[in-house]
Ligand binder design. Structure first.
Ligand code: ZN
Length: 178
């Protein structure tokens, strides 16, 4: 295993404003919860997980570079299971105009994987969780599912979801090792 020398750490602080309701759910709520799906919180504070920010930014950068003619791979995690089972990953990647997933062992690492990492490679960018700039109280939204045959509410489908309202300010520092 080889460890590169860490020479510089650059910290960039960014402020985000939600343009609409934001809901990054934590999965199934606890049995005692009054909402069906609660948002992710740390210490009771609604946060945007660093992994969500990293994934969103990675996806955008992949698209921009790919459309600009730069060879970038399709990440292993984004390939549907059926494709992997049929072992036609290379054909799937080629159809999307991408390289197959980067393989550090073979030495093939695209610029996106160098920055964000891959299954067997640590990336250079670290994204911390974004925290709200002030105390915020999540809003609750009620949803129902509509039956496709009658266009009426499906029985037992009333759900209450938590979200963060629009125009909420978040900030997060991200660290990049250059
Ligand atoms: Zn790659």
């Amino acid at each position: 295993m080889v460890f590169e020398k860490l020479e510089t750490i650059t910290e960039i602080e960014v402020q985000y404003t939600t343009c609409s309701c934001l809901a990054i759910h934590a999965g199934k709520s606890a049995a005692y919860s009054i909402v069906d799906q609660s948002i992710i919180k740390i210490g009771g504070v609604p946060v945007i997980p660093g992994s969500s920010l990293k994934g969103a930014l990675r996806s955008i950068i992949e698209s921009i570079l790919s459309e600009s003619g730069v060879d970038v791979c399709i990440p292993e995690a984004s390939i549907p299971k059926q494709i992997k089972q049929r072992r036609n990953v290379e054909e799937y990647a080629r159809d999307l105009g991408r390289l197959p997933p980067c393989n550090q062992i073979k030495g093939d690492v695209c610029p996106v994987c160098k920055l964000f990492g891959a299954a067997s490679l640590s990336g250079r960018a670290v994204f911390l969780d974004a925290r709200p700039e002030s105390i915020i109280v999540p809003i609750k939204r009620t949803h129902v599912a509509i039956r496709r045959d009658t266009n009426a509410q499906s029985d037992g489908s009333l759900m209450e979801l938590e979200a963060v309202d629009k125009e909420t300010f978040y900030y997060f520092p991200k660290l990049i090792n250059i």
